[in-house]
Design a protein around this ligand. Structure first.
Ligand code: ATP
Ligand code: MG
Length: 411
């Protein structure tokens, strides 16, 4: 090999290495598939974290974190361990976490928790709240016990026993603070079914992330790989994520990949367009199947996808609920002509039927129905799909969003 060829090959290797290193850094910042587990990668949420830490410092008070699927509950629970800090010379962890699965019983969960805490448990035939309290009383410093995916529990006795445990730990405090994490309904059920637990449990709602918080995820990720992103590009990805950070991470990752491949130091608008398309094409299989089932039509009735898009864009309350009248505005804009409720009432009804996979839940009573997406992750997908299938263009989307923002401000 001549000296020149060897140098050239060496140069190429260095290029490949640099690109791989950049890619590795990008994938550690953009994590659409896993919760955040370190403070450096965590964006926003100061208010909620302060709320939880406040409870942590109040003896006898425990916490329930609740919110829609995918808003970032586990990530918050994870970084609390970091925020609380490891104690110097501690023999036991400051915080432990267990995730629930449907078959779990009270006893299984506590045995797992004790194991993580390094507490040797005597053999109990049937573990009761008093026994749990007895063991937790041996903790010599404040400890956070996270019980995640509480909504997956199916055994009603387990919920009752948890409620009893929290009540007991509130009346006779130990060094343990229990943090229960679950989707909204599960926490509501826990509190509704066991009224006495109410005072012992600080309920912290985790809303969708703000535009600013989502932009911060992108800023951090692009800064780490020294890639310039414009205000407009930040705004676009964050806004299309509809408050759900999974989409920001997914689009962020798709957008930077090409730039890294081409060794660029700037994101182009084409990268953003590409990210939007890929996020639809590579969406979770379950999301794609559910979307297709809901919108397929054998006849010339092609309204299903447009009505669903209008639902995704309808003004919603903080629980994600909307009424038929909230759909009329966006649908009229999409269709370019006035659309009254009777023109799409049938579609709404069908969206909450088995035939169309119950893509929407329906609540309330005749003439006062409220709807919401059964899976919150479906809403951004419907919008992204609408853009890529050209049911709507960017300008019209911006117009509808501006209208909704104005309405929200007036309300
Ligand atoms: N504060 C945050 N900063 C940056 N990224 C976040 C933050 N919170 C969540 N994410 C990202 O959002 C996605 C969903 O987060 P997470 O798994 O914590 O949500 P969740 O509410 O626990 O979801 P589920 O209801 O499915 O359990 C993940 O990709 C995670 O990396
Ligand atoms: Mg979670």
């Amino acid at each position: 090999m001549s000296g020149t060829t060897a140098r050239r090959n060496g140069g190429k290797m260095a290029d490949v290495k640099k690109r791989l290193a950049r890619l590795a850094l990008a994938t550690s910042h953009f994590t659409p598939g896993s919760p955040i587990d370190s403070l450096e990668l965590f964006s926003g949420r100061l208010e909620q974290v302060a709320d939880i830490l406040g409870a942590f410092n109040t003896r006898g008070l425990h916490v329930a974190l609740y919110g829609e699927r995918g808003v970032g509950k586990t990530s918050i629970a994870n970084i609390l361990a970091d925020a609380l800090g490891a104690r110097v010379g501690a023999t036991r962890p400051t915080s432990v976490r267990v995730g629930c699965t449907s078959g779990n019983k009270y006893q299984d969960l506590w045995v797992a928790i004790f194991k993580k805490l390094g507490i040797e448990v005597d053999k109990y035939d049937e573990l009761q709240p008093e026994h749990v309290r007895e063991q937790l009383a041996t903790l010599d410093s404040p400890t956070l016990v996270v019980v995640d995916e509480f909504d997956r529990l199916t055994d009603p006795d387990t919920s009752t026993l948890f409620a009893d445990t929290i009540k007991l730990l509130s009346d006779e405090p130990t060094n343990a603070t229990i943090l229960i994490v679950g989707v909204g309904d599960s926490i509501e059920d826990l509190v509704d079914d066991h009224k006495s637990v109410g005072r012992a449990l600080r309920q912290v709602r985790i809303p969708r992330m703000s535009q600013h918080e989502l932009e911060d995820i992108l800023t951090k990720g692009t800064e780490a790989i020294r890639l310039k992103i414009t205000e407009e590009q930040l705004h676009q990805i964050a806004s299309l994520s509809e408050g759900l950070p999974h989409y920001t991470h997914a689009m962020g990752l798709f957008a930077v990949q090409k730039a890294i491949e081409e060794d660029r130091d700037e994101l182009t608008d084409a990268d953003i367009e590409n990210a939007k398309t890929l996020s639809v094409r590579k969406a979770q299989h379950t999301i794609v199947t559910a979307y297709n089932k809901a919108t397929r039509s054998a006849h010339q009735d092609v309204l299903f996808d447009k009505v669903l898009l209008a639902c995704a864009l309808a003004k919603k309350d903080e629980l994600g609920m909307f009424a038929a009248r909230n759909v009329a505005g966006p649908l009229s804009t999409i269709m370019g002509k006035p659309m009254d409720i009777p023109a799409f009432a049938r579609h709404l009804k069908q969206f909450s039927s088995d035939e169309r996979g119950n893509i929407l839940q329906r609540h309330g009573e005749e003439r006062r129905f409220f709807y919401r997406f059964d899976d919150p992750m479906m809403q951004p997908h419907v919008i992204l799909n609408g853009l890529s299938a050209k049911l709507i263009d960017d300008a019209t989307l911006a117009e509808i969003k501006a209208e909704a923002a104005k309405e929200a401000e007036e309300a």
